[in-house]
Every structure is written in C-alpha cells, then in structure tokens.
Design a protein around this ligand. Structure first.
Ligand code: FO1
Length: 318
C-alpha cells in the first residue's frame, strides 16, 4: 500500500466513524483528513452539541461507548438524574464525561473561535493525530418534515422520536450562508483520493455536499472519488437509511445510492452479499463491508484504499 498519499474521508456518525477508525490505523496521521457532517448539531441546555464530530473523535480516541456507537465509554448519568429531579424529561443522553466536551466547545464558541479551531483543540486533547474538520464553520441544521409531527429539529426526530415519524421532506436551515472553510478546501485540493464513508447519503453526506461550492470542489478533483455502500442486502446496518428511502419512495437498493451520488463519485464499493448488483455507469468492486470488529475495519479500509489508489490487482479505478 502506498503511504505517501493524501486521503480525505467524508462521514456522518457511527457507521462512518468505523471506517475512519480503520483508515486511521493504516494512513499516517498527517495524510488523513476526515470531513464530518455538522447538520445534526444543536443547542441543548445552553451547550453546543456536535454529535457526529463527537462520535468520530471518541471512536478515533478509543473512548467511544461501543455498545451505542456514540457517547463516552464508561460514562455515567448523574447530571440527567438531577434533571429528572427538576421535572425535566432528559430525552437526550448526555453522559457526565461527555458534557466536558460540550462545555469546552461551548466556551470556545462563545469566545468567538471557529468550530474548526475548537475541533482541533478537542482532538489534540484526546490524543488524535489525524485531522478532523467540520464540513463548515457556519451553523447548519437539518430540519425533518414529518407526516405525524410536521417539522422537527434533527435530534428531536432522531433521538426523541427514535426516527419513527414518517419523513416527507428535508431541508438544511442556514446552508445558503455556509461556506467551505479554507481548511476543507486545502484538504480536498491536496487529496489523492476522496472516500465517502458508509454513512446515510440523505442525512449525513447530503448536508456536506450541500455546503455551497463543496460539490463542485469535490467533483473538480481528478482523483478516485469512492463511496462505500451504507446499504447491504436491501437494508441499512444501523440507523434509518432504509426506512427513509422507503418513505421517499426510493427502492432500497445499492443502485439507488449510486444514482443518488451520481457525478459526485467515480467509484463505488458495494457489499459482496449484493452479488446480483449490476450497473455499467461506474467502476465498482465488492468487499465484505460489515465492520463488526476492529480487524474488519482495518481490512476494509485497506481494501478500499488499495482499490481507490489503483494499487490492487483488480478493477483499476484510474
Ligand atoms: N443517540 C441516541 O440515539 N440517543 C441519545 O440519547 C444520544 C445522545 C448523544 C449525546 C451526545 C452525542 O454526541 C451523541 C448522542 N447520540 C444519541 C447520537 C446522535 O445524536 C445520533 O446518532 C446522530 O446525530 C446521528 O448521526
């Protein structure tokens, strides 16, 4: 494997963080940049919470609660118990250790630091050597339009209502005013490959590529731009991807994902369980994409990178 290449990964939360973990084990830290969705971010009890940034940070720092895929390992819920004493409904699971992250972030936010700067301070503190960047420094919020409840803030939809309401539309509040940060622009321009993690295309990847200028910037890079499938054998490994595809009247298949990404990508990694998947419009390869152990995360990262950088014997991408 060539290790003198710059690798950029685009991700949301739990699923994408697993591939990030695998890549971080094999790519030198100064050559790996992870661009993270921030449209799930929100204010809660006065704290700025960035769930996908938190999940990627905790995963790379070996601090994540592996049972949930988010939150801090070994965390406690004393703050939430006191909230209950006050008569609050503590629907958002803020652990006591986790709150340290949100306190430091909120303080720096109020001092006027950018989310990019704040994230560098937090990742350094957790001993993470590669670069984790928010998709933009501007606040952007996914608003979910539902049949039963009307418009809901993303965490209200996802956590409080456990993504049960029927989705009929999505919008990104604040996206017009968002810009690609200089750090994200520099990382994409220097990339030898751009990998899109097995994150939710509609909820996690679409916000990233909807930042004005982002899609054009990615498509202008004459490198392998490879997505890893979030859909395996007609379902999502975790989260509401399959459910919302159905609600958007889309077929829950790998093909739908490829068609959704369209010109954003020039290569696609699907799962070997989808052996009947056929499409001629794009270079593709099948691997075992289920990352249920650290070894499998590293193995998949290795295979994807090998293929993307054209060093494998198989289906060459460029
Ligand atoms: N997800 C949940 O399903 N329930 C929670 O109580 C919850 C708390 C939480 C706290 C901090 C954090 O960084 C993430 C948290 N998540 C929780 C995960 C998260 O909000 C979602 O998985 C993502 O937004 C979707 O990518």
């Amino acid at each position: 494997l060539t290790l003198n290449k710059q690798v950029v990964l685009l991700v949301g939360g739990v699923g994408g963080a697993k591939l990030a973990y695998g890549l971080a084990k094999i790519v030198p830290p100064e050559r790996l940049t992870i661009i993270v969705n921030t449209a799930d971010d929100f204010w809660h009890y006065g704290l700025r919470i960035c769930p996908d940034l938190d999940t990627v940070m905790y995963t790379l720092a070996n601090r994540v609660n592996t049972a949930n895929g988010w939150g801090v390992d070994g965390d406690t819920r004393a703050m939430l118990e006191m909230m209950r004493d006050y008569g609050e409904d503590p629907w958002f699971g803020l652990g006591d250790k986790d709150i340290a992250t949100h306190l430091l972030r909120t303080q720096a936010w109020q001092e006027g630091q950018t989310l990019t700067q704040i994230t560098q301070r937090l990742t350094k503190g957790l001993g993470i050597a590669c670069t984790i960047l928010p998709m933009t420094d501007a606040p952007v919020a996914t608003i979910v339009d539902t049949v039963e409840q009307g418009e809901l803030g993303f965490q209200d939809y996802f956590v409080r209502h456990r993504w049960q309401p029927t989705l009929r539309g999505l919008r990104l509040d604040g996206i017009e005013a968002a810009t690609v940060s200089p750090e994200v622009e520099a990382a994409l321009k220097a990339a030898d490959t751009i990998i899109i993690g097995p994150s939710n295309p509609w909820l996690s990847i679409n916000p990233i590529v909807s930042v004005p200028g982002m899609r054009e910037l990615i498509e202008a890079q004459n490198v392998a731009r490879v997505a890893v499938t979030p859909i395996v054998a007609g379902t999502a490994i975790k989260g509401p991807a399959a459910k919302i595809m159905g609600e958007l009247r889309l077929e829950v298949t790998v093909k739908t994902v490829v068609e959704y990404y369209a010109t954003l990508i020039n290569g696609f990694v699907y799962d070997e369980r989808d052996e009947d998947f056929h499409i001629d419009s794009i270079r593709k390869i099948a691997f075992d994409t289920i990352m249920d152990s650290d070894e499998k995360r590293i193995l998949l990262a290795h295979r994807v990178l090998d293929w993307a950088l054209g060093t494998s014997e198989g289906d060459r991408i460029r």
